[in-house]
Design a protein around this ligand. Structure first.
Ligand code: HEC
Length: 225
């Protein structure tokens, strides 16, 4: 046998090259044969919903005991999940609303509600301008006074021509949107008296012809410290 191209003179008898993989292959075969019993595979068990003669009702699965609640689905907090306490719409948010929540509400509002209700919530969204029945203005006295629980429930269950968003918007985001609607309502109806003294000063200065001077800015920075 030659190895390479050089003539092999007096070379010791060349070893046959080992066939790669012969050892592992043999091991696999042994393992495969050992695994040929199928007790574990063909277990005497029922597939889901397979009929059975064992129970009187003919099914192999047992029905859930009435009143069973799956872990994590108790939803006992009716204020949070239903927007109601004792069957009445709640007036206060079920958790503290911070800036991040408002930001999230604004983002979700722009995706889900703005097409009909419009960016300002005045009911003049693009879908409406194309012929959909117009929703009410969020700045009406009625909707400014309506409890937040009602807004939450309108999102959850729909209202008249408006369909339900239960399947599309998770509970927490529904509250975030309701909070943003409150902010929207406020934005169109705020008085300068609602501002802090520092903010009122800033507003007065910004209102002056020529705007705030360098000195004004400094004194404002002092006030805000
Ligand atoms: C496809 C258009 C459409 C979209 C999208 C839409 N709405 Fe409406 N919405 C309406 C219409 C139409 C009404 C008025 C329904 C009626 O009175 O029959 C309404 C009514 C309302 C009302 C007033 C209910 C009342 O008591 O009068 C609220 C609050 C409201 N929508 C919130 C929302 C929020 C929040 C979203 C986004 C999650 C949203 N809507 C998305 C069309 C829409």
């Amino acid at each position: 046998m030659r190895i390479g191209n050089e003539p092999q003179i007096d070379a010791p008898p060349a070893r046959r090259p080992r066939r790669p993989g012969a050892g592992p292959l043999a091991a696999c075969l042994v393992l495969l044969c050992a695994g040929c019993r199928d007790d574990m595979y063909a277990q005497p068990r029922y597939e889901a919903y397979e009929p059975s003669t064992f129970f009187a009702d003919g099914t192999s699965s047992r029905p859930v005991v009435p009143g069973t609640v799956a872990r994590g689905q108790l939803r006992a907090d009716t204020a949070y999940y239903e927007g109601k306490v004792d069957g009445k719409d709640i007036e206060e948010f079920p958790f503290a609303i911070d800036e991040a929540t408002l930001g999230e509400g604004r983002e979700r509002f722009m995706i889900f509600c703005m097409p009909c209700h419009g960016q300002l919530g005045n009911g003049r969204g693009m879908v409406v301008r194309r012929g959909f029945s117009p929703p009410p203005d969020f700045h009406s006295e009625y909707l400014k006074k309506t409890p937040v629980g009602h807004i939450y429930n309108v999102i959850t269950h729909g209202y008249g021509a408006m369909y339900s968003y239960e399947a599309r918007i998770p509970v927490r985001q529904r509250w975030a949107i309701a909070a943003y609607i409150r902010a929207l309502q406020y934005s169109q109806d705020a008085s300068s008296e609602d501002l802090s003294p520092a903010e009122q000063k800033q507003l007065a200065e910004a209102d002056r012809p020529g705007g705030p001077t360098q000195d004004d800015r400094k004194s404002l920075a002092e006030v805000q410290k």
